[in-house]
Unconditional design. Structure first.
Length: 300
């Protein structure tokens, strides 16, 4: 075994790795019992980022009563706990079961771009079970699937999460290497998935717009990359049908050929509008513990 392979599998022989693999082999019924315990721990004992969650919900839904806000908060913690164990289950779940649990309602949106030999940018978000999107996409789609991600600082969890995310054949691209990867693999038929609801700060020269009743800065990489590499852009909506079952709904945002304006960001704005509509339809499925609105616009 080479040195590089040994390093990538270092998590496998770690004591915590043995524990996580053992948990992953438990049936879903037991794992969801564990998720109930995690939910109680996060919501009522540790109170994980409770202030952030409540602030985000109150600012996003000013029309809702406090009791409604509290209800969404409880459902968020419950759903988040389920996402945790579902992600862990990737270490032992069969491809057939994953494909049963995640369905693509209209894969033809991507497939028609693949038929033209295109590289497609898929814009997704921290909704539903975002960790199952990349892995299931590798099973549902005819072309290769790559996900842009931010590597974790902890070597154990970086290697562990890399193994989970690539177990079905998907690839990973460190965020800092996105441009280089697109240059080196220009013209390859594939989809490159971006979690496009990350919080962009003033130093990132973001596109500022109203998102969930609050001003928010978005990265403009979708416009820049689509324009430079003539990539079609597709919105990836993640809908929870019920516990452990998700539906991926796709929508075209850009055809990859039409001229893009240099003074506005129509792809990003369309993404924001579709994401907001999904959040309003499934409010407890969004990652409300994410400090999405932590940056404020600096006005001259």
């Amino acid at each position: 075994m080479s040195k590089s392979v040994s390093k990538s599998y270092a998590w496998y022989y770690h004591p915590l790795g043995w524990l996580l693999r053992g948990l992953a082999h438990l049936p879903f019924t037991v794992l969801y019992w564990l998720a109930s315990f995690i939910y109680l721990l996060m919501a009522y004992v540790v109170r994980y980022r409770r202030r952030v969650v409540l602030t985000n919900l109150r600012n996003s839904f000013p029309e809702k009563s406090e009791s409604e806000i509290q209800r969404i908060q409880r459902l968020f913690y419950r759903n988040f706990a389920q996402v945790i164990v579902e992600t862990l289950k990737l270490a032992a779940m069969s491809e057939a079961e994953l494909k049963r649990r995640v369905t693509f309602s209209n894969p033809e949106v991507l497939e028609r771009h693949f038929a033209q030999g295109r590289t497609v940018l898929g814009l997704s978000s921290h909704a539903g079970n975002w960790e199952w999107v990349l892995t299931s996409g590798a099973l549902w789609l005819s072309a290769h699937v790559d996900g842009v991600y931010k590597p974790l600082m902890n070597p154990f969890f970086e290697n562990f999460m890399r193994q989970l995310r690539t177990g079905t054949g998907a690839g990973l691209i460190p965020m800092r290497d996105t441009l280089r990867d697109l240059i080196q693999r220009r013209g390859e038929t594939r989809v490159v998935s971006l979690l496009s609801d990350q919080a962009a700060g003033p130093e990132d020269r973001p596109y500022w717009t109203t998102f969930m009743n609050q001003e928010a800065g978005f990265y403009t990489s979708a416009e820049r990359l689509a324009s430079r590499f003539n990539c079609p852009v597709v919105y990836v909506g993640i809908h929870r049908l019920h516990r452990g079952r998700y539906e991926i709904v796709l929508a075209d945002l850009y055809d990859g050929d039409s001229p893009l304006p240099t003074d506005s960001f129509p792809i990003t704005e369309s993404f924001v509008q579709l994401l907001e509509a999904d959040i309003r339809s499934f409010p407890s499925d969004y990652l409300w513990s994410h400090r999405r609105w932590k940056h404020k616009r600096v006005r001259s």
